[in-house]
Design a protein around this ligand. Structure first.
Ligand code: ATP
Ligand code: MG
Length: 421
């Protein structure tokens, strides 16, 4: 049986990686405009980090992690997301000793044992940011504005921002209790997952997609009506900043991240035509996370964008320009001595930063000219036996079809002055 790529993974061939590179370039541009520096953390970490950093009741931890014992018997996990690793690195390098806002961005593969379908893979890529060290609501608005600028500059406009506040460890427990009481006589309607997590994590029932749970949630008290003064003030300011810079949003009181270390702002950015996999970006504030992972209490906020979903969206909207192919100088050579001369010229051109190619398939003169056309060469250099003996080469401009004879030792200079791009 032929060996194939594992289910839920993909190969990207050069034509597709050109699209990835375009997206990555755009992302790096935006990150530098907003003052974010790149961070690269390992692709696997101690399992313990994700248990604490994502939460033991989440789907990611209970159902989706790639966990294995290494040869030393330690439990390791392929990272399902990058926030926990960034926080670990932040602590390991004692960056909290420098009181300022620390801005990180990352791009790279994440691993989740999800059910593969369009827009859902087992190895997928995220671009994300983490801004650590400030509680200022301007930070929340800044990263949302950043995601929006990225989408806008890529040409995407039909995006919905859903915004909520999940409160803080002061006001949330009161709300939690209200929820537990609210669902107490509706337990039978809930799905098994929600029944099990009702006591530990009742907020998760709010965003459960099961029909029974949706029914049970009709008339549920809203989180945003139960915020403490600080949280309400924070939420109001985030909205004011977003309005000031013209970013539209929909308040969505059912949008939750149910764990204790999530605080205040939670948001998602959706592109509806993607259907079930419509969330392109998810983010939120996590003022309690760093303490949870073992550091000094430090506020933070971040988002993650699914890059495959973003590329799918761009493709769907016809926003991916056809890749620009670089046009080579193609050196046609006949005979062994000419081939050596062609190889030498090719190398000299490349060392001057000029893209050059020769025939590597033993083709005839006619075949080599065909290759030159196929590669869309803008110049062809022809070295035959006669040319070689006379120290001359033929140069053909493939656009104008003009041909002229020049000394072989002048070819590099000729291309340096004539070849564009
Ligand atoms: P979903 O509800 O679609 O499973 P999620 O809540 O698990 O998403 P997050 O953990 O918030 O997703 O990750 C941020 C983003 O990463 C998502 O909005 C999505 O764009 C992308 N993403 C998450 N899981 C996958 C996956 N299995 N394949 C491709 N992209 C993914
Ligand atoms: Mg998921």
């Amino acid at each position: 049986m032929a060996i194939t790529a594992p289910r839920g993974t993909q190969d990207f061939l050069p034509e597709q990686t050109a699209e990835w590179q375009l997206l990555e370039r755009k992302i790096r541009q935006i990150c530098s405009l907003y003052g974010f520096g790149e961070i690269r953390t390992p692709l696997f970490e101690s399992t313990e980090l994700f248990l604490r950093g994502i939460g033991e009741t989440t789907d990611v931890v209970t159902k989706e992690m790639y966990t294995f014992n290494d040869r030393g018997g330690r439990s390791m996990t392929l990272r399902p997301e990058n926030t926990a690793s960034v926080v670990r690195a932040f602590l390991e390098h004692k960056l909290y000793g420098d009181p300022q806002v620390h801005k990180f961005y990352y791009m790279g593969p994440m691993f989740r044992h999800d059910r593969p379908q369009a827009g859902r893979y087992r190895q997928f890529n995220q671009f994300g940011v983490e801004e650590i060290g400030s509680r200022d609501p301007a930070v929340d608005a800044e990263i949302i504005a950043m995601a929006f600028q990225l989408f806008r500059e890529l040409g995407l406009t039909d995006l919905d921002l859903h915004l909520n506040s999940v409160g803080c460890p002061k006001c949330r427990p009161v709300y939690r209790q209200k929820l537990i009481e609210f669902y107490a006589d509706k337990k039978d309607m809930l799905c098994d997952d929600c029944k099990a997590r009702l006591d530990k994590n009742p907020l998760r029932v709010l965003d459960c997609k099961e029909e029974g749970c949706k029914q049970a949630s009709v008339g549920v008290p809203e989180l945003t009506d139960n915020l403490c003064d600080d949280c309400r003030d924070h939420f109001t300011k985030v909205q004011q900043y977003l309005t000031a810079v013209g970013i539209p949003f929909t308040l969505d009181p059912r949008l939750v991240r149910g764990l204790d270390y999530y605080t205040n702002t939670a948001f998602e950015i959706m592109y509806a035509p993607l259907g079930a996999q419509s969330t392109v970006c998810g983010g939120g504030r996590y003022d309690g996370l760093i303490e949870e992972v073992g550091g000094p209490s430090t506020p933070g906020i971040g988002f993650a964008i699914g890059m495959e979903r973003l590329l799918l969206t761009l493709k769907e909207q016809g926003l991916l320009p056809p890749p620009q192919r670089k046009r080579p100088v193609f050196i046609v050579a006949l005979g062994d001595a000419a081939k050596t001369a062609a190889f030498t010229i090719q190398q000299q051109l490349r060392e001057k930063g000029i893209y050059a190619e020769i025939d590597l398939m033993g083709r005839s003169m006619k075949g080599q000219m065909k290759s030159a056309n196929k590669l869309e060469a803008d110049y062809t250099v022809i070295i035959g036996e006669d040319e070689l003996a006379g120290g001359q080469v033929q140069v053909r401009d493939m656009n104008t079809k003009e041909q002229l004879s020049i000394p072989m030792n002048g070819i590099i200079e000729y291309m340096e002055t004539h070849k564009k791009g």
